[in-house]
Ligand binder design. Structure first.
Ligand SMILES: *Cc1c(COP(=O)(O)O)cnc(C)c1O
Length: 495
């Protein structure tokens, strides 16, 4: 299977798409065609383990990787999880929760980032690349930690993470700044996530910066959600959740199911759309945002306009105005018109906005709708569900819960099953979750963990509790124009 760029002019293999991350013209790699999973394959998958299901889905796209290697890599990656990597829980008659946070860093990013190091290293082998790989990551909080953990001490790879100094939770910051490993570096960037992401993208697309690194024997790669190697493992859990609904006799094979996804960079929900394109019977996709509701507006009006205020919320991984992966949906919906997609992305860069046509909007609305939760509404939804059924969720999942509840409020007769995608362990945001379920406010994260445990009796993940005693290794703060200097200081061994 080959991959093409959303902005045209390139055709690469799966291994190349993963190693390069972003295409030369700035576009994102997409499969040349969507591979299909037939009903009989789906029936075969019913009896498979999670790693087997994931390997099957990955193999459909990455046919240049050997199947046995993929399966072994999936088995190794998901063995790092605490039990089932993607358990499905029933909340109510037609409402389910898909928990994707049982991995090493307690957020759904682990679903892909435990596997990406294999996909990247193997990809380098397939492409005959001898250079050292430098993985650069811009993070809104959870990707950074999951990537650091995934790549720590990986051979032939260095990893450098940039996070917005004013945009991650205390726990997220602690997770990153105490990271162990000999090949890792973490730098705070003055500004918000969009500043951070834009500055990192500029390094990737700068021929000068790339040439300087090449001379040093270094090749850049990305672990951000624009990398196809991040997207592909995420497609698998939509299949898996669906198959679990079938095996537990909640639905018949072929019946439509809705998913409601807390969305930031549009990676998670795009994976659901890819699953649908592959033949998974998904009816609707509900795109849930927080107060930064640019996607809600876009899905209603067809206008994507970043000229608006940026808010910091209690769901920081969704505090994003430029959702990079949306480009892949725009590309599909335009009838795969690379020229038009490139024009729209240029317009986004120059004017901060672009617009799709009414017929394109109608096509998107056939599958997608958008909703959002204000800070209060998110707290309310978390509180209500905790009181009603005793289920505790994190703040990002709280936004999705609010959007799902609104949908059922407006569509009382709708009997389609809805799966709400839960993206973080509540203990990753202990103070905010504690406040939502008990009304108590505490200043200290670990006190928050203790009280949340007292209130919910949920098990506390060891990896979060042990942070308290870990030494802080990384304290550098840089302005966004200096990021490449930071990169050079790292590769030259000066920091
Ligand atoms: C990253 C993240 C999101 C947003 O996912 P996207 O793929 O960026 O849309 C939502 N919730 C949590 C907890 C996350 O870490």
């Amino acid at each position: 299977m080959n991959f093409i760029s959303t902005r045209g002019g390139e055709k690469v293999t799966g291994a190349q798409a993963i190693v390069k991350g972003l295409s030369e013209g700035g576009g994102l790699y997409v499969p040349e065609v969507f591979p299909k999973v037939s009903v009989s394959e789906m029936n075969d998958m019913l009896d498979m383990s999670y790693p087997e299901r994931a390997a099957l889905v990955l193999g459909k796209y990455l046919d240049d990787y050997d199947k046995d290697g993929l399966l072994k890599a999936c088995e190794a990656a998901y063995a790092k999880f605490d039990g089932d990597p993607a358990p499905l829980l029933r909340l109510d008659d037609q409402v389910y929760i898909l928990e994707l946070w049982h991995g090493p860093t307690c957020a759904f990013k682990d679903m892909a980032l435990t596997l990406l190091p294999y996909l990247l290293r193997k990809g380098c082998d397939i492409c005959g690349i001898k250079e050292e790989i430098l993985v650069l990551v811009a993070t809104s909080g959870d990707t950074g930690k999951a990537a650091l953990e995934g790549f720590r001490d990986a051979e032939g790879v260095k990893i450098m993470v940039f996070y917005p100094s004013e945009g991650v939770s205390k726990m997220q910051k602690m997770q990153m700044c105490t990271q162990e490993g000999g090949n890792v570096n973490v730098v705070a960037v003055k500004g918000n996530f969009d500043d951070c992401q834009t500055a990192v993208k500029e390094i990737f697309s700068s021929p000068e910066d790339n040439a300087i690194l090449k001379e040093k024997g270094i090749l850049l790669s990305s672990a951000n959600s624009i990398n196809f190697g991040r997207l592909a493992p995420q497609i698998a859990y939509y299949f898996s959740a669906y198959l679990d609904l079938v095996t537990s006799r909640q639905i018949e094979m072929g019946e439509g199911v809705d998913f409601c996804v807390p969305t930031g960079n549009f990676g998670n929900i795009l994976a659901a759309y890819y699953a649908k394109q592959m033949g998974l019977p998904i009816r609707r996709l509900h795109c849930a945002s927080n107060k930064n509701n640019i996607l809600t507006d876009f899905l209603k009006t067809g206008v994507y306009d970043t000229n608006r205020e940026f808010y910091r919320t209690t769901s920081p991984s969704m505090d994003i105005l430029v959702s990079s992966n949306l480009e892949r949906l725009i590309f599909e919906i335009s009838g795969r018109d690379a020229k038009l997609t490139a024009e729209r992305m240029t317009s986004l860069k120059k004017t901060g906005r672009y617009e799709i046509t009414p017929s394109e909007l109608a096509a998107i609305q056939q599958t997608f709708d958008g909703g959002y939760a204000t800070e209060d509404a998110c707290v309310e939804a978390m509180y209500d569900i905790f009181m009603d059924v005793g289920y505790t969720m994190d703040t990002h999942t709280g936004c999705a819960m609010k959007v799902a509840l609104d949908w059922f409020e407006k569509n009382k007769k709708d009997e389609t099953n809805m799966v709400i995608v839960s993206t973080a362990n509540p203990y990753k945001f202990p103070q905010d979750v504690l406040y939502a379920v008990t009304g108590n406010d505490v200043k200290d994260s670990f006190k928050g963990i203790k009280r949340l445990h007292a209130a919910t009796a949920m098990e506390v993940p060891k990896n979060l509790m042990s942070l308290r005693d870990k030494p802080v290794r990384f304290t550098r703060v840089a302005s966004k124009k200096d990021l490449f200097k930071e990169v050079l200081a790292f590769v030259d061994g000066e920091v």
